[in-house]
Write a protein that binds this ligand. Sequence first.
Ligand SMILES: Nc1ncnc2c1ncn2[C@@H]1O[C@H](COP(=O)(O)OP(=O)(O)OP(=O)(O)O)[C@@H](O)[C@H]1O
Length: 290
Amino acid sequence: MTGPILSLRGVSKSFPQGGLLDRLLGRDSRIVALDAVSLDVMRGDVVGIVGESGSGKSTLAGLAVGLARPTSGEVLLDGQSMAELMRDHAGPWRRRVQMVFQDSSSALNPRKSVARCLGETLALRGVPKAQRDSEIAELLTLVGLGPEIGPRLPHELSGGQRQRIGLARALAMKPEVLIADEPVSALDVSLQAQVINLLSRLTRELGLTLLFISHDLALVRTLCSRIVVMRKGVIVEEGSCLDVLDRPQHPYTQALIAAVPKGLAGRRTPLPVRAEAAAPETREDIHGAA
Ligand SMILES: Nc1ncnc2c1ncn2[C@@H]1O[C@H](COP(=O)(O)OP(=O)(O)OP(=O)(O)O)[C@@H](O)[C@H]1O
């Protein structure tokens, strides 16, 4: 049996609180964003991470993607510790774990066209210049966009198109794990459904492991196979998404579900059936054999 693709072992993360004056006066204190969190994510899992604001979801995401180091504990990718993988060079970790943000426009350079932005990401992955244009076209197709989008600047795209480009850029690295931090909360409901449809299709077709951070329990129910419920830096409940949402054991999960307008957390969001652009079947079909 293969082990988890991503593991957190007793991971804590704290941040200093207060300013320089507080520290000079010895009023140094720290806020504990994550408190001894352990979590195993199996390859191909689609895991929803939910919890109130400030519960530590984004901190967990930042540690998993390698943007920050834990204060204590260990983050492992396929059994190898982050500290080990990043000792010489952060590249291997960064390539294998990618992130999509709530608002892709802040992650895209306003002066760079879509094609240039994707081309630079492909260059980081070591794709030869001669192959980049065809890979850019494939990536655009993969996220349901046409080649006419290539020359456009971020401000010439709709919010939904920008999220798709954010996703295409993450996929350009051929990641094994994708972390999506509130990827649709800035979009209107119909665009949310399109992006969720896309994520659902891509995780299936590319065999991606997805961590989907959201406040929207109905979206989590639609997309995810597992769910992790966080509160105040700890995991209070985890398990199969349907089990936890239908039969929550922890009072906090019960309260979260009760706070959702009646019936909403219990339904699957009706995603419009739409003709997605014909998608390749496997990672290799998309990018050629590695
Ligand atoms: N860089 C930082 N410096 C200081 N405190 C931080 C920092 N990042 C996060 N925190 C604190 O850590 C706690 C957890 O924050 P985090 O952003 O992980 O929560 P969250 O569950 O993602 O919240 P939200 O749903 O609002 O995005 C919060 O109290 C937050 O204020």
